[in-house]
Design a protein around this ligand. Structure first.
Ligand SMILES: [Fe+2]
Length: 190
């Protein structure tokens, strides 16, 4: 852990806004700390997904969708390993952060599983939820890739780009399953 440093200007009460800032629990004060924090958010998101995806595959009916979810579970495990290698390189711990956004998205997925009977309509809903997850991850990886690039972590950029491309590929695959199979079946199910 990097020791918590209090910038000198915060102890000067004459600076406008200082009292407001003093009320904050400031643990991110450098670009590197911001980068590590964002990586931890993604690490938490991915580890939550490794746990959740088997349940999503179990709730799905379409064979194509089940296979896509299972393939993405393998990719996700690999993405966790990739993030671990970045943390090793930074000499930082990946633990300590809970991605609340992913927690919320997984909760909404569970709600859909509870509210919709298994079949094409639930599959259509699962695809929507999975795409929301992918878009969150695409935003996250796109941003950390930029942070890595700005701070000269060129090897990180390469690894983050590999994951980013996998997330984009998974998103496109889900769109094609919705268009080719699931949505029409869900329409005629009623
Ligand atoms: Fe991922």
């Amino acid at each position: 852990m990097i020791p918590h440093q209090v910038p000198s200007q915060l102890s000067a009460p004459s600076i406008e806004g200082a009292s407001e800032r003093n009320n904050k629990n400031m643990s991110i004060e450098t670009f590197k700390e911001l980068y590590v924090e964002e990586l931890r958010d993604l690490y938490s998101a991915e580890t939550q997904l490794v746990e959740a995806l088997p349940k999503v595959a179990e709730a799905a009916t379409s064979q194509e969708l089940i296979e896509a979810i299972e393939a993405h579970l393998d990719q996700t495990r690999n993405q966790v390993a990739r993030l671990q290698s970045l943390f090793r390189d930074l000499d930082e711990n990946p633990e300590g952060e809970t991605c609340q956004a992913m927690k919320g998205l997984i909760k909404e997925t569970k709600d859909a599983i509870d509210e919709i009977e298994e079949g094409p309509l639930l599959d259509a809903a699962l695809i929507i939820m999975a795409q929301k997850v992918e878009h969150y991850e695409i935003a996250g990886y796109g941003s950390v890739k930029t942070l890595a690039s700005s701070s000269g972590h060129d090897q990180h950029v390469q690894l983050l780009e590999e994951t980013l491309n996998e997330e984009k590929g998974a998103d496109q695959k889900l769109t094609s399953i919705a268009e080719a199979v699931v949505n029409q079946e869900a329409i005629s199910q009623a």
